[in-house]
Design a binder for this molecule. Sequence first.
Ligand SMILES: [Zn+2]
Length: 262
Amino acid sequence: MSRLIFVLLDGLRAAAADSHMGFMAALTEHGDARRLTLDCALPPLSRPLYATLITGRTPAELGLFHNGDARPCPVPTLFHKARDARRVTAAAAYYWFSELCNRSPFDPGRDRLTLDAALPIGHGLFYQRDDYPDEELFHDAEALRRRCAPDLLLVHSMNIDNAGHVSGGHNAAYRQAVREADRLLSLWIPLWQAAGYAVCVTADHGMHADGQHDDLVDDVRRVPLWFIGDAWRGPLDALGHAPRQTDIARLCLEVLGVQGAS
Ligand SMILES: [Zn+2]
């Protein structure tokens, strides 16, 4: 059983991670991180894939196909199962995670700062703007970590996805947002490792040159996945195949030592 930080870099395609993330490459080269590439589930849209990442079910299995569907997740999520196992849960994340896991529709006055251990995400700082700075988002996450000592902490940044939508996925602004995410990870991952956390870093979907992520092309479907920390070794060996996006929730629950991983 370990504590876990799950970093979701929204809109990061695998090829951009390969080219512009020197810190993550250094961790991998040194043997501290295991780096994989996988295909995201379909459709390659954020809200459906958030639900896939935290349930292990595809959007088709969940009946959740578009970003405008603000219903709570129809099956228990990683956060529900961790809370039920008395683990402390937290998230610094886009508000759709609050809607999927806690309450919908999102009411910023009530939900932006969430401190209610009875909720699946018991401690939260949720933002609504797609240009909310990643640097501030990581500070939100660290504030939650120090204040709440979570067993499971989601850190969900939006600047890579936003830069892709605004300027295109093969544009300097997109590449710079990727570099900035790598810089932020270089600041925080060593501290989180020293504090005893296992870390997972991945993306929901990639980004097309046109500034969208609807297409069935490698730029959209191929996303990176890193596992950092010894705690992943057993669950990855037991899986017996290269992890798919639908395996991530189960692997996280196994690292957390929570029964009922599905
Ligand atoms: Zn997007």
